[in-house]
Each structure stands twice: as C-alpha cells, then as structure tokens.
Design a protein around this ligand. Structure first.
Ligand code: P6P
Length: 336
C-alpha cells in the first residue's frame, strides 16, 4: 500500500462492492466532520467551550443522566450537520440525543450510531478524547427505533477519531483496520498505519482499579494475577494504564497490544459503556485487527440489542488475554 496515500485515494482503491460509492461518500463526510471537531478541540479554553450545559434553568444531562458538556452538544451538532444532508443515511443514533435522529432525505441506505465526543470530561484537563461511529444497513428509508437494534456482527463499518498528540481517523469496513493521520499543513488525512494488528500477548492491562470491590470474582481473579505477576500464576509481570478515555485506550492496544476492561460490577450491573456506539464499533475494529472482545460470557458483537442506549460489560484487546478472562467467567458460570 502506498505510504501516506490520502484517505480519498485509499477509499477509491480499497472499497469494492455494493457499498463502495456510498461508504466512500460517508467516510469522506465523517473525515470532514472530524477535521471540524479537531479545530474546536484544539482551540481548548480559548474558544470558551470548556463548561457544562447544566445551569439553574437548563438541566443539561443526557439520556444517561450524565452532565452534558458544551462540547458534547457542539460536536454532536457538527456530526449531525455533516452527515444529515447526505443522501445515504436514513437515520442516526447519538449518545447525546434520546431518540433516533431522522434524516432529511428519504432514500438513505445506512444507519449511523455515534458518540460525538467520548471521554469529554477529559477535555478541560487536556487529555485525549475521541469520536466513535458505527454504520449499519437501513432495512428501509424510514427507520424506526427497532431498526437500529442490530447485533454488532451486522456492522458494515466501525471507526473512531482520536484527538490526541495528533488527530487520527481509524476504521474498518471488514477488510482489516487502517489508520490515517491528519496533516494539519494540508488539512488532509494520510495513511500512516496500514493493516493494524494487535499482538496476541501483552503485559499491559487497563481498568479503573477504584471499582475493585464491586467487580465479580472472575475479574478480581484476573487482575489479582496480573498484579502478582511472576510471584503468582503468571509467567510475566504486568504494567497498568488508565486514561479514562476509551478511544485512547483502544488506540494504544491497536498499536502495542494490551487489554481494556469495563466489566459489570455491583454499582453498574451492565457496565458503563454503550453497546451501539462504543462497544460494537470498537469490538469490530479490535476483532478485525486480530484481537478479541467479550462481555465475559459471549462475543460483544453477538449481543442482541434491546435498547439504542443500552450498556454492556466489555473486555477487549490481545486475543490470548481475552480468552483467559473469558475462561474465568465461563468456569464461574458453570460452578453456579
Ligand atoms: P471512569 C468516558 O466517560 C468513558 O465513557 C470511556 O471513554 C472511558 O473508558 C470510561 O468512561 C471511563 O470511566 O469510570 O474511569 O470515569
């Protein structure tokens, strides 16, 4: 693959089949929206967007009861605006909007689920954040809520933008995972990470340790063994990371391996992360890069959705570690 080819050249060369023209147009519009969001994020406090929407009068919380940041709404509007006018999206689901967003056009063939700014609470402390998106086929041009409730295996595209030390766009359409870096001199995304692959093994795990006492036994067992290293069951010592920004964690795992976990716990029975626009697209990407993604009891991609904002426990990353932690869950469920 030609190093540093533009995203447009890449899509023209690599997208084949029935979806190629529409997916090329959609990904080009997503790239355009990401560039606009990157400008807003880069402006930081100068643009005056660091606050939250909650005021005495405006509640400013999303469907999950989380306080909405100004940037959550601003980036949501940028994404909706960029995609809604196109001719290929019949409807959208956003983390920031309770109900599905109808498209302005009547012949759209896709559904788009997205989290416009994942990890937004990191923005005012200048830590990486991202946008996550998932593309499904629309069963008809006037989709109802139930039409979005498709398992992750039905996705035709999954991707994320990472607003980090550089701005990147990483996605899969089912034929491997490719990463593009925004060249800010020319405002063009260039292919810098062709065919990304996750190492099968790792010595790095990522989890919010403050929830330890709430975890189920298989997760406590797995993390205990990582902490004990060669003094316990494992033949190696482990390192730990926790950025509190899923996109940053997943990108690190794509580049150098690792395991990211947000399991169910006594506080959040179904975990914290949302299935349709966080867990599913990230699981599609991770599996396409040779990794694994599990709820502990099944592939995340095989979960049958019951709600557009439902949460799901997730453990993803280096395949051999995912297989190990899944085996701990299965042993426990057999004992039960
Ligand atoms: P905690 C960000 O709010 C997010 O949805 C993910 O990006 C991130 O991995 C997780 O929540 C962080 O959760 O419990 O550490 O705040």
């Amino acid at each position: 693959m030609m190093q540093n080819m533009t995203i447009t050249e890449f899509l023209a060369q690599h997208l084949q089949g029935e979806h190629s023209a529409a997916l090329t147009a959609m990904l080009s519009d997503i790239a355009h929206a990401v560039k606009q969001i990157a400008v807003v994020i880069d402006a930081g406090a100068i643009a005056g967007n660091m606050g939250s929407l909650a005021t005495e009068s405006v509640q400013g919380v999303n469907v999950h009861g989380e306080v909405q940041k100004t940037l959550d709404v601003l980036t949501n509007d940028i994404f909706v605006e960029a995609i809604q006018k196109s001719g290929y999206v019949a409807g959208m689901v956003s983390e920031e909007v309770v109900d599905p967003i109808k498209s302005m056009v009547k012949n759209g063939q896709y559904l788009l689920c997205f989290d416009p700014l994942d990890g937004s609470s990191n923005v005012n402390v200048n830590i990486s954040v991202g946008t996550i998106f998932s593309v499904l086929k629309a069963p008809n041009s006037q989709p109802e809520l139930a039409d979005f409730l498709q398992a992750g295996t039905e996705q035709i595209c999954g991707g994320y933008a990472l607003y980090g030390t550089s701005t990147m766009l990483v996605f899969t359409t089912g034929d491997g995972v490719n990463g593009f870096t925004l060249d800010k001199k020319t405002n063009t995304f260039l292919l810098t990470h062709p065919q990304m692959q996750i190492p099968q093994n790792t010595t790095e795990f990522a989890i919010n340790m403050s929830n330890y006492r709430f975890w189920q036994e298989p997760v406590q067992r797995y993390v205990d063994e990582c902490l004990q290293g060669t003094e316990g069951e494992r033949d190696k010592d482990f390192n730990m990371r926790w950025v509190a920004s899923m996109v940053a964690e997943v990108h690190r795992i794509l580049v150098r391996g690792g395991i990211f976990m947000y399991p169910s716990d006594a506080k959040a029975r179904m975990g914290k992360l949302r299935l349709m626009y966080e867990a599913n697209p990230m699981s599609f990407i991770v599996e396409q890069a040779g990794g694994g993604s599990s709820t502990g009891l099944q592939r995340v991609l095989e979960v049958s959705p019951t709600g557009i904002h439902q949460r799901v426990p997730i453990m993803l990353g280096s395949k051999n570690e995912i297989d190990r932690i899944a085996s701990y869950h299965q042993k426990k469920s057999k004992r039960k």
